[in-house]
Design a protein around this ligand. Structure first.
Ligand SMILES: Nc1nc2c(ncn2[C@@H]2O[C@H](COP(=O)(O)OP(=O)(O)O)[C@@H](O)[C@H]2O)c(=O)[nH]1
Ligand SMILES: [Mg+2]
Length: 243
């Protein structure tokens, strides 16, 4: 009887937990976004406008959305840390790729008809930075290529991993509060659509691009709502952990 009661209790009190991986170049706003989510969903979270320091290692927070938990991982975006991302892919239920909308230049975003940068250019760029183990995510640097191309290469390397196939991908055009930001639609057409429709994006089934300001908290709830609905939608493909 005790065991039955315990099982019923555990069943009634446990919730689905989904892991969300925050990725993006360094300085994109991942840590600020995590703080912003915490301040919106955790009563005692830190204020949104707190100062961030470059993430070394990882920040992880679990938020309670009522009918599920979201466990959000901010694993750092510097080159040296990017090679660690792959170890998180298999256990995450969605990837949130944060883009700094003020750090994309404008060269490659001149409209949907402009031809994407060629494979040869990417190949040459990577060879320039050859550092040993052939891990693209760990090697892209901004010395030889612009931030937009760096962003593109990193996003492609995330999508190229078999462990991310089929999971929802949310791209956040962050820093939309700044006047010098590139519009979301341009990021969508000039970067995201090209990557997702390219050969490396073949496994993307569920994606969205949303504007946010992690600093001001604008758009953050909409982003969390999108993730919430999409991980639930994909729960047969990648089942949650019960907590
Ligand atoms: N204006 C503005 N600044 C932001 C926003 N999000 C992040 N930042 C700033 O960008 C810098 C890098 O943010 P951080 O969260 O540390 O980036 P991370 O390297 O991706 O974790 C910090 O100075 C933040 O205050 C935003 O939405 N708007
Ligand atoms: Mg950080």
């Amino acid at each position: 009887m005790y065991h039955l009661a315990k099982s019923i209790y555990l069943y009634a009190t446990s919730k689905e937990e989904y892991s969300i991986l925050l990725l993006g170049l360094d300085n994109a706003g991942k840590t600020t976004l995590l703080s912003s989510i915490k301040s919106l969903y955790l009563p005692s979270g830190p204020p949104t406008a707190q100062k961030t320091v470059p993430t070394v290692g990882q920040n992880v927070s679990t938020i309670d959305l009522g009918d599920m938990y979201l466990k959000i991982w901010d694993v750092g975006g510097q080159h040296s840390l990017r090679r660690l991302w792959t170890s998180y892919y298999e256990s995450c239920h969605a990837v949130v790729f944060v883009v700094d909308s003020t750090d994309l230049g404008d060269g490659e975003l001149d409209g949907p008809n402009e031809s994407p940068i060629s494979r040869a250019e990417i190949g040459a760029g990577l060879q320039d930075r050859e550092g040993g183990d052939g891990d693209i995510a760990g090697q892209t640097g901004s010395q030889h290529i612009g931030r937009l191309q760096e962003c593109r290469l990193v996003l492609e390397s995330v999508l190229a991993s078999s462990a991310t196939q089929g999971i929802p991908i949310l791209v956040l055009a962050n820093k939309q509060d700044r006047e010098d930001c590139v519009e979301t639609v341009r990021i969508k057409e000039g970067l995201v659509r090209r990557v997702f429709e390219g050969e490396k994006g073949g496994g993307v089934r569920d994606s969205r691009v949303l504007p946010i300001s992690a600093l001001k908290g604008t758009g953050v709830k909409e982003a969390v709502e999108w993730i919430k609905s999409r991980v639930q939608w994909n729960k047969e493909g990648r089942p949650p952990v019960m907590r």
